[in-house]
Design a protein around this ligand. Structure first.
Ligand code: TYD
Length: 217
């Protein structure tokens, strides 16, 4: 197929710990490369020197009493730098950007998880990134116990992974509520085998890509 899109698209992956985002990110990158598209992959918090520095602080389990609003401000400081230094320039070059987590994570973790009002997060979103949004998002949904079990199998727990189960229940519910309000968010049942999760996501991506082709004709 020689269908081409000239405009880069911003794809984000969301979900709790242990949902399998990293594997899906690689599969999406391969799929887009096969279409001849240039892809930038990145992550949040992180993606720039400033962002990776802030990530080190945000995930540091020794920083035990970070206030929710300071945590939110650091997430958005990293994001503002990331959007202007990496994401927007790549899109402007016509590349696709695939990002592991973005603002939906702030609504789920700092909003639903930590209890910050959504209106406060929306204010940060306006001020720091001018409400810049993904074009398509995959939300990998897993029951909390299964996600924590999977995440616990890799490495020592970071500052978020040390939270209690009820925190992650609120985060999961927050993500699912948000998916109800934004048609760009596709919820994928990540209890399925990896191949099935990938297949479902790539099916949505293929339809999205076909629709772009239609509108460029
Ligand atoms: P990471 O190791 O990337 O988690 P995972 O492998 O589960 O994706 O760590 C990022 C952590 O930061 C994760 O626990 C979620 C959290 N986070 C927020 O709380 N708010 C945000 O806005 C973002 C982007 C991440």
């Amino acid at each position: 197929m020689d269908q081409k899109t000239t405009v880069g698209q911003f794809v984000t992956l969301e979900g709790a710990e242990g949902a399998g985002k990293s594997s899906l990110l690689v599969a999406i990158e391969d799929w887009l490369n096969d279409k001849g598209l240039v892809v930038t992959t990145t992550r949040e918090p992180g993606g720039t020197a400033l962002g990776e520095g802030l990530r080190g602080l945000l995930l540091d389990p020794d920083l035990s009493n970070v206030t929710p609003i300071a945590e939110l401000a650091m997430m958005f400081a990293a994001r503002a730098q990331h959007v202007s230094e990496v994401i927007k320039p790549a899109l402007a070059r016509g590349e696709w950007v695939v990002c592991d987590r973005f603002t939906d994570s702030s609504y789920a973790y700092q909003g639903s998880g930590r209890g910050i009002d959504a209106s406060v997060i929306a204010a940060f979103e306006r001020l720091m990134i001018q409400r810049f949004q993904p074009d398509i998002t995959f939300l990998l949904d897993v029951p909390v116990d299964l996600g924590l079990k999977r995440a616990g199998e890799v490495g020592t727990p970071d500052r978020f992974e040390r939270e209690q189960k009820d925190f992650f229940e609120r985060v999961r519910a927050g993500f699912l509520d948000r998916a109800q309000t934004a048609p760009r968010i596709h919820v994928i049942d990540a209890t399925n085998a990896l191949s099935e999760v990938t297949g479902l996501a790539l099916g949505h991506l293929d339809r999205f890509w076909q629709d772009l082709g239609q509108s460029n004709r």
